[in-house]
Design a protein around this ligand. Structure first.
Ligand SMILES: Cc1ncc(COP(=O)(O)O)c(C=O)c1O
Length: 344
């Protein structure tokens, strides 16, 4: 059987997540997110965020979160600025475009946006003959495994506020970003810097689910109506919130992300030691090594991974993702196999 390093949701869920679902299984509660557990999960997230006024809603997946949020914060003629590698621009089947909103994409070598990007878009969107940029989409960690420093996020937040743009952060891999050993951003810093974001559960130990956090008061009113209209108001809402309750109870969420990052570091160091380079300097649980094609082909017989891009005629860049459940035994085996192949 191949060991998968393709993504961070190859396993189902952390046992504690399954346990809380099982333990509460026969309880009768309110529905559509109006239940005691959803309330507790919301309070817990607010407490960690140090913001008692944040609104928190639980939805089933990342594309759904992006679709619900972006269609909520934009009026029909407004657009969202994103890196050209951004998940909404590449991997969501046109979900955002299907709402009629333009995505202003910008090339960025490290997968991040900075204030120059924003100034550039604003410089030529001056009147009603073009869409009106109204929001900024970033993800942390980014699509290529990099993370935002506190200063970088502050700078984006400043330019957003100055130009009446809403700053939205896709946190599908927020746990991994915040637990990176290169990170200087605190979870609670987010409340001062963003208008809205989501915390990814699917990729960090939950069975499924993401928590949308609305910080900007102007975006709060009637959000439940919008959720319902988009088919995102889950009847058995507690199934998602219970998972977040368990994950945030005692920092399990952050511990799981730490493990994923540690496994990525073991992989990265082993690959470096074997003499290979990387497409980008990853700072989280995704790494992008470049191998000669014959090595990639041989590794693909034993391991599942994503072919990221062709590097040159004889080399391919692959994406390796570690998870909250990655088994160090298999990670070390990957390095052993790579060393063996490199010798032959
Ligand atoms: C940054 C980011 N956002 C959104 C998504 C979409 O999540 P889903 O596949 O649950 O719709 C992903 C999934 O890979 C992602 O990496």
């Amino acid at each position: 059987m191949q060991y998968s390093l393709r993504n961070d949701y190859n396993e189902t869920a952390h046992p504690r997540v399954l346990e809380i679902l099982n333990r509460t299984n026969f309880e009768q509660t309110g529905v559509y997110g109006k239940d005691i557990y959803t309330e507790q999960a919301r309070d817990l997230i607010c407490e960690k965020l140090n913001d008692q006024d944040a609104d928190v809603y639980f939805v089933s997946g990342g594309t759904q979160a992006n679709l619900v949020v972006i269609s909520w914060i934009l009026r029909p003629h407004e657009s969202i600025i994103a890196p050209s590698t951004g998940h909404i621009a590449v991997y969501e089947g046109g979900a955002i475009e299907s709402t009629g909103h333009k995505i202003n994409t910008l090339d960025s070598l490290d997968g991040k946006l900075n204030s120059d990007h924003i100034k550039y878009v604003l410089s030529f969107h001056r009147d009603e003959h073009m869409v009106k940029p109204r929001s900024i989409f970033i993800s942390n960690a980014t699509e290529i495994g990099t993370i935002y420093s506190k200063r970088e996020l502050e700078s984006l937040s400043e330019i957003a506020k100055k130009n009446n743009l809403l700053l939205y952060l896709d946190g599908a891999r927020l746990g991994s970003a915040l637990m990176s050993d290169q990170n200087d951003l605190k979870f609670s810093d987010l409340k001062d810097l963003l208008d809205i974001f989501y915390i990814g559960g699917t990729k960090n130990g939950a069975l499924f689910g993401e928590a949308i956090v609305i910080l900007n008061d102007k975006l709060k009113k009637n959000f439940r109506y919008h959720l319902k209209q988009k088919g995102a108001l889950f009847a058995k809402g507690r199934v998602i919130s219970l998972q977040f309750l368990e994950l945030f109870k005692d920092d399990l969420f952050f511990d799981l992300a730490k493990h994923a990052n540690k496994m990525a570091l073991v992989l990265e160091n082993g690959i470096k030691k074997a003499g290979y380079d990387f497409l980008s300097k990853s700072q989280s649980n995704q790494i992008f090594p470049i191998f000669p094609d014959y090595i990639t082909k041989a590794l693909a017989e034993k391991y599942e991974f994503y072919m990221w891009s062709k590097f040159d005629k004889k080399h391919t860049c692959i994406r390796l993702v570690t998870s909250w459940a990655s088994d160090e035994k298999f990670i070390c085996k990957f390095i052993d196999d790579l060393n063996q192949l490199s010798k032959s």
